[in-house]
Unconditional design. Structure first.
Length: 308
């Protein structure tokens, strides 16, 4: 899955609003302020979107920083932003956000089962995309990984403090439910999810849609998934969720063929989260009428660690 970076554009008069927060992060070495910025080595591509409520955004990042330090306790938080990543660019008044999972190099004779070690090594070197990918494995247990909600929350906090939108959303989920964190904070958790979703981030949208589903508002959840897909922002889990809506007629008219095609699209993003379940449900769709083809999809789901 390709890397992405998002920039928040600040009007020139908004600089005074973030000056205090920038000074805070510079003092805590969350990042260093130079004449220009560069993304962490594992993050490329950029997109610019308008900023809203600059001051509240900086306050949110301060809260994330505090949570990360609390979760990591005496341990140093792995980061690539200490010297290399300027979150603010004075030339065009932007703050950079990044998103997405870290790509896994299958072309180097790697197997999906090896991705835990690959992500772990990169995460401990400070790559926020790898920290997000590792945190997802520690939560799901896919790939024969022992589930560990506390470690999952820690790595997502490490990525979130580096302005990673997916990690901000997942950390929001942890805070909302109290999973893996020392103190549950429902309101802050919802704020993080809302912020990520407002930036068009698929993880934020997935979590916002899941909250709609919990309230039996399946139409609203479907619209969130569909709009994310139409905007070209869907990740594998968004595609899986949208496919589920079509396949089962939740929030929309049932269309099993459209659902099946979307599940296949999700598997093209393997090993990203959502691809393993998509492969499994393709198998379930085919197993009666085409067991040979179904077995191929079942094997892919196993390779991705769904049944381990």
């Amino acid at each position: 899955m390709s890397s992405k970076a998002i920039y928040i554009i600040l009007p020139s008069h908004a600089w005074f609003l973030i000056n205090t927060a920038l000074g805070y992060f510079a003092r805590t070495k969350a990042f260093s302020l130079n004449s220009h910025h560069s993304s962490p080595p594992c993050c490329t591509r950029s997109k610019r979107v308008p900023v809203v409520q600059a001051e509240s955004t900086d306050l949110m990042m301060n809260e994330i920083e505090d949570i990360a330090r609390e979760l990591w306790a005496e341990r140093s938080i792995p980061s690539t932003t200490k010297n290399a990543h300027d979150m603010y660019d004075e030339r065009d008044n932007t703050i950079e956000f990044i998103e997405g999972e870290k790509e896994f190099p299958l072309d180097n004779n790697e197997h999906y089962s090896q991705r835990y070690n690959y992500f772990r090594d990169a995460a401990n070197e400070g790559c926020p995309k790898a920290q997000h990918s590792l945190g997802l494995l520690l939560w799901s247990g896919f790939g024969n990984v022992e589930t560990n909600p506390e470690e999952s929350a820690k790595y997502h906090a490490a990525a979130a403090r580096q302005y990673h939108l997916d990690a901000i959303a997942v950390l929001g989920g942890c805070l909302r439910t109290g999973s893996g964190v020392q103190k549950r904070n429902v309101q802050l958790g919802l704020n993080l999810i809302d912020f990520s979703a407002s930036m068009g981030n698929p993880s934020g949208i997935n979590k916002k849609a899941a909250l709609k589903e919990q309230n039996d508002d399946y139409e609203a959840a479907f619209e969130l998934y569909r709009n994310c897909h139409r905007n070209g922002k869907a990740n594998a889990l968004t595609l899986f969720n949208l496919a589920w809506c079509y396949y089962h007629g939740e929030g929309t008219v049932k269309d099993r063929e459209k659902g099946l095609l979307l599940w296949k699209d999700a598997t093209k993003m393997a090993p990203d989260e959502g691809s393993e379940e998509a492969a499994y449900f393709i198998h379930e769709h085919l197993v009666r009428d085409n067991p040979t083809e179904a077995e191929k999809w079942l094997q892919l789901s196993r390779d991705l660690g769904l049944n381990n």
